[in-house]
Design a binder for this molecule. Structure first.
Ligand code: NCD
Length: 308
């Protein structure tokens, strides 16, 4: 794919070659992301970040990426403080922001919102999470982390646990992993299973996966566990949320019993799904994973702005 001018809306748009290219470019930005070198590559460029849902890592790492490459950022946080609260459409917002910025990053609670903005905008739109839909830039940094922690992706058994129904990060990740020689294990309460559309896609391509309803079962067989938060904000039934929120908890004890050498990932924020005693384990990769967001988002910005 020619990245220049492209929107990044869903991981379904990438071929294996595209994924490897992004990871390669991200590697070249590692020294700048880690503050060992400086760069002016995106000097004169402006990124608009429109975050209509809470975010810490995604917005900060995008803005850090832009600034450390010499670019600038303008930011809107929360619908209350933007014209969306006055009833302006996403299409109109995008049409206008394209006049101010060279690239737009958007997070919004509705699935399909980033695609709607992309229809209104002539500058690239990057999806920073559209409700329970997709989170493609997170999935790319997850692939980068897998590569870095494990040395390669082919041959791995990757288990995803927790809220696979509403968790957009796992939706995006499985659509990238399907291009590699991996096995996926989906471990969740029955009510929070991976949506059928994703499973059908994997089945159709002959990608190996299994579903299981306890953590122990999958942990024994996995090289990597990717835990997720139960997405309270997506539930209409709050009692159901209370019942499920801590159904799948990874603790040091459990990991030691099952597979001490496992790499533990999580997109964060964690709210109890990984106990803090796991933090000192060698395989606890979640904070390193969050840090990797900077070089991966640098790569995406540079690619869509035609600078690499
Ligand atoms: C995730 C998200 O927003 O989908 N966070 C992130 O971007 N790192 C995960 C979550 O909120 O549970």
């Amino acid at each position: 794919m020619d990245f220049k001018g492209q929107d990044i809306l869903s991981t379904e748009q990438f071929s294996k070659e595209d994924i490897l290219r992004i990871l390669d470019v991200a590697r070249t930005f590692e020294a700048v992301a880690e503050k060992r070198e400086t760069s002016e590559l995106l000097k004169g460029k402006v990124m608009a970040s429109l975050f209509y849902e809470p975010s810490t890592r995604t917005r900060f790492s995008f803005e850090t990426a832009m600034k450390r490459l010499g670019g600038q950022t303008i930011t809107a946080v929360g619908q209350d403080y933007s014209s969306l609260s006055k009833g302006e459409s996403l299409w109109d917002t995008a049409k206008m922001v394209e006049a101010y910025a060279d690239v737009i990053v958007v997070r919004h609670p509705a699935e399909g919102s980033a695609a709607e903005m992309a229809r209104g905008s002539n500058v690239p739109v990057l999806n920073g999470g559209d409700g329970p839909g997709q989170h493609p830039t997170q999935a790319l940094l997850d692939m980068y982390t897998l590569m870095k922690e494990q040395g390669n992706i082919d041959g791995l058994t990757v288990m995803m646990s927790g809220d696979l129904k509403y968790g957009r990060t796992v939706h995006s990740l499985c659509m990238l992993l399907r291009h590699f020689d991996v096995k996926m294990i989906f471990s969740s309460p029955d009510e929070l299973k991976m949506p059928v559309s994703y499973l059908d896609d994997l089945r159709g391509r002959g990608v190996a996966f299994e579903e299981c309803s306890t953590l122990e079962e999958g942990l024994k067989k996995s090289d990597v566990v990717y835990a997720t938060r139960v997405q309270g904000e997506r539930f209409t039934d709050k009692e159901q949320y209370e019942r499920l929120k801590l159904a799948f908890v990874l603790s040091k004890d459990l990991l030691k019993q099952c597979n001490e050498k496992i790499t533990v990932m999580h997109p964060l924020p964690r709210v109890g799904e990984i106990t803090t005693d796991v933090d000192s384990m060698k395989g606890a990769a979640y904070f390193r994973q969050a840090a990797n967001g900077v070089q991966v988002r640098m790569a995406l910005l540079a690619l869509v702005l035609g600078k690499v």
